[in-house]
Ligand binder design. Structure first.
Ligand code: HEM
Length: 415
């Protein structure tokens, strides 16, 4: 029986575990769907999502206070930021022309050239992590904790110029930072999360001060030295807004992408064999992972004026939700979209990193980390399989991120 769009509930944790049938119905039956109980317009077709992200004059990034996320709406949360920390001005969540002025200050740190220069360090780190879990002849690992979390976390902490001893608390703060995106927090947890965010802010303010006194070759030092429009330094709120987004963006989603990729590999032994035989297919595998299991399933824009999308009138001020995870399985864009296809010629047109002015800053780095992780795992481990009875393949319940909670694997070590 086919689902009716109005029977779909994207807040339902069961739908969040496996949202793809719901996405299919929405794409086919209601591609611009006024989501019951919210007033949001949910966009699920590839061409429509691509159109929205490319029209910032119509679909603005200044979602801010419009977002009826209980976290953003909670006055207690606002008070905590106002009185104990800093209210985030969303410096990168701005529209042209202001956005480009902020963005240019961080783009320099993530050019293809800069990212290529990090390759051997990332590879070394990846080998070191595998060494650790294969020491003493171990042939079992929970991969998220032992590789998918520490790899991107350590890479981004080093790029920011943060000490590796701080990784555990940086990870805890980062996890708290993304929690509100799940849109399912109760009042008490909302306050705890806000306090964790404020603790991260105080930590970063201290580090930024250190960089001011002793600059290094890192992003925090670059931000302290940056001049907005070539003139004024960034103030504390701007510095924090950008640094927090780079820190969190730099680890959470890449962790999820690596975990999803390894799961897909094991589920497709023929494709795993093809990758082992021809590692030049790895870049396209990375794109297919991002397409099939988009770590960021959806994000918002707000209509800056009355708009019409797919014959649906969207009044000014409405929230428009872009469902990247649905667009990336749209058969109008990808033939046989649910299939992992290492030879798909347009895999890279997926929207997992969005497009347009706000296209993910860290996309080149994330792609590189994923490629290296998959290559090293294939080199170092064989007979990769799910540990029997140990996995429930549960994704953390949430509206925005697709995050596998654990991945227990057995393998034979190759050296
Ligand atoms: C697989 C990993 C990743 C995925 C799926 C991902 C996804 C995204 C998406 C969907 C956006 C939003 C674009 C929009 O609203 O149109 C974004 C923006 C952003 N990402 Fe990523 N990201 C990943 C990795 C990273 C990494 C490694 C970094 C840090 C180096 C990073 C930093 C950022 C920043 C700072 C933005 C805001 C850009 C702007 O608004 O100008 N991301 N990312």
């Amino acid at each position: 029986m086919t689902l009716h769009p109005n029977a779909i509930d994207l807040f339902d944790p069961q739908v969040q575990q496996d949202p793809y049938e719901a996405y299919r119905v929405l794409r086919d039956e209601a591609p611009v769907w006024k989501m019951p109980g919210t007033g949001w317009y949910v966009v699920t077709r590839h061409a429509d999502v691509a159109e929205v992200v490319r029209k910032p004059d119509v679909y603005s990034m200044r979602v801010g206070a419009k977002l009826d996320n209980p976290y953003q709406r909670d006055p207690a949360v606002y008070r905590i930021f106002k009185e104990e920390g800093w209210v985030n001005p969303g410096s990168l969540s701005t529209d042209p022309p202001v956005h480009a002025r902020y963005r240019s200050l961080v783009d320099v740190s993530f050019t293809a050239k800069r990212v290529r220069a990090m390759e051997s360090e990332i590879e070394k780190l990846c080998h070191a992590l595998v060494d650790r879990f294969t020491a003493n002849g171990e042939e079992h690992v929970e991969l998220i904790r032992h590789l998918a979390v520490p790899l991107p976390m350590q890479v981004i902490a080093e790029r920011l110029g943060l000490p590796l001893d701080d990784l555990p608390r940086l990870k805890a703060w980062s996890d708290a930072w993304v929690e509100p995106f799940a849109m399912n927090l109760g009042p008490e947890r909302r306050r705890e999360v806000a306090r964790a965010n404020v603790a991260l802010q105080h930590y970063l303010v201290e580090k930024l001060e250190e960089k001011r006194r002793h600059p290094g070759q890192d992003i925090l030092s670059d931000l302290v030295a940056a001049r907005f429009d070539g003139q004024r330094p960034l103030d504390t709120r701007e510095l924090l807004s950008i640094a927090e987004q780079v820190l969190v963006g730099g680890n959470e989603t890449t962790t999820n992408a690596i975990a999803s990729g390894v799961k897909l590999l094991i589920e497709h032994p023929d494709q795993e064999a093809a990758l082992r035989a021809d590692p030049s297919l790895l870049p396209n595998f990375v794109e297919e992972v991002l397409r099939l299991e988009s770590p960021t399933q959806g994000l918002f824009r707000v209509a800056a004026k009355d708009a019409v999308l797919h014959d649906v009138a969207i009044p000014e001020g409405s929230l428009v939700h872009l469902r990247f995870g649905a667009a990336n399985r749209d058969p109008r864009q990808f033939r046989d979209p649910d299939r992992l296809d290492l030879h798909r010629t347009n895999a890279r047109t997926h929207l997992a990193f969005s497009q347009g002015a706000h296209v993910c800053l860290g996309a080149p780095l994330a792609r590189q980390e994923m490629q290296i992780a998959f290559r090293v795992l294939l080199e170092r481990l064989e007979a990769l399989r799910f540990s029997e009875g140990a996995n429930d393949f549960r994704y953390a319940p949430g509206f925005t991120l697709r995050a596998l909670e654990a991945l227990h694997l057995d393998f034979r070590s190759r050296r």
